[in-house]
Design a protein around this ligand. Sequence first.
Ligand code: IMP
Length: 435
Amino acid sequence: MNQPTSNRSVVVLGTQWGDEGKGKIVDLLAAQADLVVRYQGGHNAGHTLIVNGEKLVLHLVPSGILQANARNLIGNGVVISPAALKKELDDLENRGIQTKGRLGIAPNCTVIMPYHEALDRMREVALGSQAIGTTGRGIGPAYEDKIARRGLCMGDLLDGDRLQAKLEPVMDYHNFVLTQYFQDKALDISRVRDEALQLGAILEGYLSDVTDELHRARDAGLKILFEGAQGTLLDIDHGTYPFVTSSNTTVGGACTGSGIAPCDIDYVLGITKAYTTRVGAGPFPTELHDDAGQHLGERGKEFGATTGRSRRCGWLDAVALARAVKLNGVTGLCVTKLDVLDQLQEVKICTGYLLHDQPIDGYPADRDQWSDLQPRYETMPGWQQDTRGIKSREQLPDTAQVYLNRMEELIGAPIHILSTGPERDEGTVLVNPFG
Ligand code: IMP
């Protein structure tokens, strides 16, 4: 296998519905990076870390914050709840992790305001059985305001007059929707403004020209790690719409959400579990409702880091993964949680779909077809041996090797990292994305 020579910009992203185990891999790579950058999503993401034996969940702050050498950036594509960010920064500082001078935030990041959270909640209630199952963090409504050209940004929180002028028409509009459409309470503009100004004053010191920092870092030959949130199938354009998040989780989001050019991305690491999970509602062709699904959930400890909800579990979907590889130009795959399959008598991979009982070619072109898909499986014997902590592909049981080889063949990308347990040293880096 060819070792890439000195890649400087690496994007790590999820190839499924999020929760692929990006956290551990991002930590591993952040140790080599000069800059770690978030570029989309918001505090709907959750990344659990153990710091000095204590559990810490990062939602917005890039993972490089735990690496003494890394500078951390939040690009313009991220939606920021100033209150959630302040809480996270306080938590970090209280644990002795310095954030000042180590975190830069783009002034153009759209802010999530209290009315976005109210709208997110009320919409989900109104949708009833059709609810998306959002994280309730106001992510969708904030991105809507951005696209509707009425969004407020971090820079707006620094000046009372500027904020008032923008907030008044926006809150007029949203209060009308909240009271007249959803029969909910109106929010008080002066309270929202005062809180936002207070938070703006606290966060002002973090604002920085993130795009310029990235261009300079690139020119200086520094190593940059772009940390994706959620996963490809939750992408607003390419995912299982409307059961998606509201950002571009695919690789283009790294460019639009930070200001680097596509040609400045040297390597894309696509993370996939050895099986599939999803939180929230929406189509999931390989979902299991039997003992095998329950086994995956229990053995894989499949509960969301942000909401604590149990994740739906199913077999690996090679059709969706092959599409994710193409959509993102994945250079190499990282397969996580292989060990969760260890005790199963047989394992299955979805190699195609049936639509209304007819085989279709690849991935459905029309998003409405997702809910009518039936998986076609290839079944293989399980290995029924412990693979936890195994450090090379050759040490794996033969049947586990067959499973991984078949994955590569069907998905169309080579496995560069294999993770066989939650601990940092459980697994192996076959090809280092930074070269
Ligand atoms: P939202 O991003 O809160 O609007 O939620 C939209 C959909 O994306 C829901 O199905 C959520 O469960 C899902 N989602 C959002 N963030 C994550 C994540 O970090 N991991 C997995 N699913 C997520």
